[in-house]
Design a protein around this ligand. Structure first.
Ligand code: SF4
Ligand code: SF4
Length: 253
């Protein structure tokens, strides 16, 4: 049976981490608190070859090779709604929303032929997959593919910058390699999170000061909002540290 899918605008997937293309992260820096999320992809994974094109190939201390994907991410706790999610569960920036939101539920970090399971709604999601919904995927191909192609194109375009960033972090924070090795060894994988400021420094972006000025108030607000929540201690620590880093970057002459 060919998979059918339609969004009913329940808003459930508009919570927590939202991976962005670099272009979208920069365009929405005044909206989303940004962090860099690293994912090691093992050489026996289905989309490994694609991951080597989108990320950096890294040799681990145990001599295994992984592809490392780094995603600029709107970094929110899973229980937090996207700041643009309206009370009626519609998107407040629909005409201007990031590529990731347009391509959902497809995911261009995976090969196109390996997307079928993404059309099965997660627990609590109210996506329509009934016979009334349109067929969206057939013979391992996405039928309406413009958004998928656009997001994939942006990811390929930014790949050299992400490689520069991975090389910089592994040079100046060499312990990161051991963290990646531990995650790659876990059956469930894992993520490593680094700051936007390290990315701005590594890639010497000319707009670093403006991006930091846009991020600083968001980080301060989230540090305050998460201050007294014992379940969000790690998020609070990150937001507090990143708020200081953004203040300092924004003040640089
Ligand atoms: S930008 Fe819009 S579509 Fe994307 S997560 Fe936020 S509310 Fe949802
Ligand atoms: S969970 Fe499904 S129905 Fe709800 S907003 Fe996301 S894509 Fe649409």
């Amino acid at each position: 049976m060919e998979p059918r899918f339609s969004c009913t605008a329940c808003g459930k997937c508009c919570h927590g981490w939202l991976p962005l293309t670099l272009k979208d992260a920069v365009a929405h820096a005044g909206r989303f608190p940004l962090a860099m999320v690293w994912t090691p992809v093992r050489s026996n994974a289905k989309s490994y070859d694609l991951a080597t094109r989108l990320g950096q190939t890294v040799r681990l201390p145990n001599r295994k090779t992984v592809a490392v994907l780094v995603q600029p991410t709107a970094y929110l706790p899973p229980s937090y709604p996207c700041p643009e999610l309206r009370a009626d569960n519609l998107c407040g920036i629909h005409a201007d929303k990031p590529s990731r939101c347009r391509t959902m539920p497809f995911y261009p970090y995976r090969d196109e032929k390996d997307q079928a399971d993404l059309l099965i709604p997660r627990k609590g999601w109210q996506c329509d997959v009934s016979a009334a919904a349109p067929v969206v995927y057939s013979n391992h191909a996405i039928l309406d593919r413009a958004d998928f192609d656009r997001e994939r194109g942006e990811l390929l375009e930014q790949a050299p910058v992400m490689r520069t960033y991975v090389d910089y972090i592994l040079k100046y924070m060499p312990w990161t390699l051991n963290d990646l090795a531990k995650m790659a060894a876990k059956p469930t994988g894992g993520n490593l999170v680094t700051s936007l400021s390290s990315f701005l420094t590594a890639t010497r972006r000319p707009d670093a000061k403006a991006l930091a000025a846009a991020q600083a108030p968001l980080m301060h607000a989230l540090a305050e909002r998460t201050r007294n929540d014992p379940a969000l201690v790690d998020y609070h620590r990150s937001y507090s540290g990143w708020a200081k880093e953004m203040d300092s970057l924004a003040r640089r002459p």
